[in-house]
Design a protein around this ligand. Structure first.
Ligand SMILES: Cc1ncc(C[n+]2csc(CCOP(=O)(O)OP(=O)(O)O)c2C)c(N)n1
Ligand SMILES: [Mg+2]
Length: 281
């Protein structure tokens, strides 16, 4: 039952925010994971700061609020400390693609077994409508009244180049697909990146229509990294058709496997803090 993941927190998203649809998909995916045998206590959410971070407020699971832009290294630390946890990071496009871009690159490269859900509304929404690195040229936001003078970059392409082993894009307007991709990502052994297109109805209401008109589903993941780059780069975050689906999935050793983290955790270290202090004095 999805109500087992409800909390008593007051919902402070804007009325009718499409994140509410996504929240339902997330809860349904969590129900399915528990049904498949995952201990609910092992489900762990690490949240960034922003509207996207608030998912954690409305999910009755263990977790941690990171600093803005730092949900990914925090999630990685949680996983390192206890590899038995099933870790999901919730962050926005600002947190993932601006402040936290370096972490996205390194987690893609290092491949720890955790899932990142990046809610992309193409603005810093909670701080009221500033451009992020995936906002299009010409966008009039609160700090760009004359229109943004900069073009976006393609973060999924960067993540793939850095070695991401699972790269997908879904839309909050297609909750069944979102649910199924979350399931696939959580079954994937390694770092899975899901970009969730989430039109902000308050500041960018036209995005909803654009997403409806311009998005299309791809059939299956690309068979090579080069083919995945081609499909990912077919949308430049400004104009044109928007592909949705799992673009790339590759089995390769996780960070935990390569570092034999199970053995590592059993090591008993004698650090000798006292002698360190003596040397200093
Ligand atoms: C280090 C730091 N920088 C800036 C902020 C201010 N801040 C809080 S939420 C936010 C916007 C977040 O945007 P995004 O990550 O895209 O999430 P959204 O609100 O759009 O879901 C910002 C800039 C902060 N809290 N901490
Ligand atoms: Mg945002």
């Amino acid at each position: 039952m999805i109500s087992e993941f409800d909390t008593s927190q007051i919902n402070t998203w804007c009325p009718s925010c499409l994140n509410n649809i996504a929240l339902r998909s997330v809860k349904k995916s969590f129900v399915a994971l528990v049904k498949d045998g995952l201990n609910k206590r092992k489900l762990t959410v690490v949240a960034d700061i922003g509207c996207a971070g608030k998912f954690f407020d409305y999910l009755n699971v263990n977790g941690f609020y990171g600093l803005h832009g730092r949900a990914l290294p925090t999630a990685f630390g949680v996983k390192m400390a206890n590899p038995e946890l099933k870790v999901f990071a919730f962050l926005g496009d600002g947190g993932a693609y601006a402040e936290g871009l370096n972490h996205l690159v390194h987690l893609s490269r290092l491949n720890p077994d955790l899932t990142a859900l990046v809610f992309n509304n193409r603005i810093f929404a909670l701080t009221i409508n500033q451009v992020t690195p995936v906002t299009e040229y010409g966008y009039r936001g609160s700090t760009t009244p004359e229109g943004s003078a900069d073009h976006p970059y393609n973060p999924l392409s960067v993540a793939l180049s850095a070695g991401a082993s699972f790269v997908a894009r879904v839309s909050v307007l297609n909750p069944e697909m979102m649910e199924s991709v979350i399931k696939k990502a959580s079954q994937h052994q390694g770092f899975s990146l899901i970009e969730v297109l989430q039109p902000c109805l308050t500041f960018r209401p036209d995005d909803r229509i654009q997403l409806q008109k311009q998005s299309y589903l791809i059939n299956k993941p690309a068979s090579s990294q080069a083919a995945a780059q081609k499909i990912i780069r077919s949308w430049n975050y400004e104009s044109g058709r928007i592909p949705l689906g799992v673009f790339y999935q590759q089995k390769r050793p996780t960070w935990e496997e390569r570092h034999q983290i199970q053995n590592w955790r059993r090591l008993k270290r004698k650090i000798g803090y006292q002698s360190l202090n003596q040397k200093r004095s």
